[in-house]
Design a protein around this ligand. Structure first.
Ligand SMILES: C[S@@+](CC[C@H](N)C(=O)[O-])C[C@H]1O[C@@H](n2cnc3c(N)ncnc32)[C@H](O)[C@@H]1O
Length: 206
């Protein structure tokens, strides 16, 4: 899928559907929040949420006192929705409307978080472009938390095919510049009560 096609797909989703009409909505962004608190405990840690969309993670992190927050997403509408909920605090967040596979990072982060964005990259060239950004953007000793549908999770999300992973396969795909240090399964319940099987992997940048 080209960047303009992807961008219009996601922009359309966020312009036409409310929070309770998309499967990935979570009232409480767990286990992300707990994992971030564990692996980036300093409130000065620089954190980027890749494909953060309109998720409540950024407001939860701001509420915990994290001060260096960046959210990247293809959809400006999603970023605006997340920003509106944050109110005045939104001005302290860096918002980046971009395709992660084309983005040129200008800083390195202590923690990279991605819940349900990487798994849309079903094309090897796109995955390589993502992994190039991942390697360039995480400081040595920093962490990446990457959540995807697990092997027994759905084959599609938002009408698009996804690549499902278990932690070992994800780690192999990411390569040896990161070490898999923890993983956990997660059963996400959609707003309409369906259960989706995710895996959350924590990787440390060597
Ligand atoms: C399933 S939603 C998950 C949103 C959010 N991470 C959450 O947990 O609520 C996937 C998000 O990834 C974004 N996305 C998909 N492909 C992307 C890409 N290539 N670059 C940046 N964002 C992307 C979409 O716009 C969407 O907001």
């Amino acid at each position: 899928m080209s960047t303009p096609d992807r961008q219009s797909h996601w922009q359309n989703v966020y312009l036409s559907k409310g929070e309770q009409e998309v499967s990935w909505t979570q009232p409480d962004p767990e286990p992300s929040l707990g994992l971030i608190a564990k692996y980036a405990p300093s409130l000065t840690a620089s954190i980027i949420d890749i494909g953060g969309g309109a998720s409540r993670l950024v407001e939860a992190l701001a509420g915990c006192g994290y001060r260096s927050l960046t959210v990247l997403d293809l959809s400006e509408a999603a970023l605006q929705a997340a920003g509106q909920r944050l109110g005045a605090q939104a001005a302290r967040v860096q918002w980046i409307a971009a395709d992660v596979t084309k983005w040129q990072p200008s800083q390195a982060f202590d923690l990279w978080h991605d819940r349900a964005a990487f798994h849309f990259l079903v094309d090897a060239t796109d995955r390589a472009a993502y992994l190039d950004r991942l390697k360039r953007s995480v400081k040595a000793g920093g962490h990446a938390i990457i959540a995807t549908f697990a092997l027994d999770g759905p084959e599609k999300c938002s009408g698009l095919p996804v690549q499902r992973y278990d932690p070992a396969e994800l780690s192999q795909t990411i390569g040896d510049s990161f070490e898999l240090i923890a993983d956990q399964p997660h059963r996400h319940v959609t707003p309409w009560g369906a259960v989706q099987s995710f895996q959350f992997s924590v990787l440390r940048r060597r």
